[in-house]
Design a protein around this ligand. Structure first.
Ligand code: PLP
Length: 353
């Protein structure tokens, strides 16, 4: 606390990201990073970057990147907003599209950054509990008058709803904005992006962090009606005109254009995920059916906290929240074959104690 903090800074409870420890030999399965190397085409662009690119300011509109996304999604470029990771894009949505006078409805268990942005932007939150099966309570979400923000698949459960269910939320009240956070795009959930042609009240956000193995690059984007996108651009141009640096713009553009890498890498992760889910189930874990690159699991006899600590001692890092309803659960990122095997070996030893 400092006497120089203003009321806003003093009132914040900032988001706590998953640890990024620099420990050699650590099996890091705690922040849902992609287990494969990024697209070789994107890496080739990175290798070719010249100093001249950095002498100039980057394109404030990130036009080439937005054109590539627009082409991949079959929308116009003015229906695409690009930002500095999807956290940045979602923060723009809170600032430009949500209103301090109208509560935004979110699932009670979801991405824990939503309440942080709500606090920063002074937007009230209305939390709708999940069902007993950890699924979204669509009927209750639908009762809200104001905007809805949800992650699909949800975090940290990994459970997805269908595009038709999202269309149901958007169609039953066209004055209600529905923001769909598709951070885990590619790993199995249906995307709501095609809905933007029909619904001007649907905004889809995505990130290259998970789907494209580029968490360190910090690029995310939104797809929606051009008027929604313009609202985000107005916020961007009132805060930081150049959020995406020149290197990130070029690398991300190549990554988006390498659709073969994306398809193959997404399928590989989904295959590893399904294998790991089977193995963990056989070891006595309840495993929620995941459409993401992580599994949300609870053991029948060993507490989440004890397994978390024992894995940490075995140099395997996963994620756990001390929150009512999910405090006995672990979220485990799907790693590569060697990482998943190391996880399973550590768990086998822990569970046999
Ligand atoms: C990881 C994640 C994000 C943010 O990703 P960025 O790295 O900021 O692009 C947003 N929403 C959910 C649900 C996530 O899991």
């Amino acid at each position: 606390m400092s006497r120089f903090w203003n009321r806003r800074a003093a009132g914040l409870s900032p988001y706590v990201p998953g640890e990024q420890p620099q420990i050699a030999g650590l099996i890091k399965l705690n922040t849902n990073e992609h287990p494969l190397a990024p697209s070789p085409e994107a890496m080739a662009v990175l290798s070719g970057i010249k100093g001249e690119l950095l002498r100039r300011y980057p394109d404030p509109a990130a036009q080439a990147l937005r054109d590539a996304i627009a082409e991949a999604e079959g929308v116009a470029p003015d229906c695409v907003f690009a930002g500095n990771g999807s956290d940045d894009v979602l923060a723009h949505a809170f600032l430009g599209l949500l209103d301090p006078a109208i509560p935004v409805t979110v699932p009670a268990i979801t991405y824990s950054f939503y309440p942080v942005w709500a606090q920063l932007c002074e937007v009230p939150l209305q939390r709708v509990p999940l069902t007993d099966a950890f699924t979204l309570d669509l009927a209750k979400l639908n009762e809200s008058e104001g905007p809805i923000l949800l992650a699909n698949p949800n975090a940290p459960t990994g459970l997805a709803i269908t595009r038709e269910e999202i269309a149901g939320l958007a169609g039953s009240n066209r004055d209600r904005l529905v923001i769909v956070d598709e951070a885990y795009f590619g790993f199995g959930a249906e995307s709501a992006a095609p809905l933007v042609h029909e619904f001007d009240n649907v905004l889809v956000t995505r990130t290259l962090s998970k789907s494209h193995a580029l968490a360190g690059l910090r690029v995310g984007y939104a797809i929606g009606a051009s008027e929604l996108i313009e609202g985000l651009v107005r916020v961007k141009d009132s805060f930081n005109s150049y959020p995406i640096d020149a290197i990130a713009q070029q690398v991300a553009t190549a990554a988006i254009q390498d659709q073969d890498w994306f398809a193959a890498a997404s399928k590989q992760v989904a295959d590893w995920r399904d294998e790991l889910a089977e193995t963990l189930t056989a070891m006595g874990f309840r495993v929620l059916p995941s459409s993401a690159n992580f599994l949300f699991v609870e053991h029948a006899t060993h507490s989440g906290a004890s397994v978390f600590d024992a894995l940490r001692d075995a140099r395997v890092l996963v994620r756990r929240w001390d929150k009512p309803g999910i405090d006995n659960w672990l979220r485990i990122t799907v790693g590569n074959e060697a990482e998943n095997a190391a996880l399973v070996a550590a768990l086998a030893e822990i569970l046999s104690r």
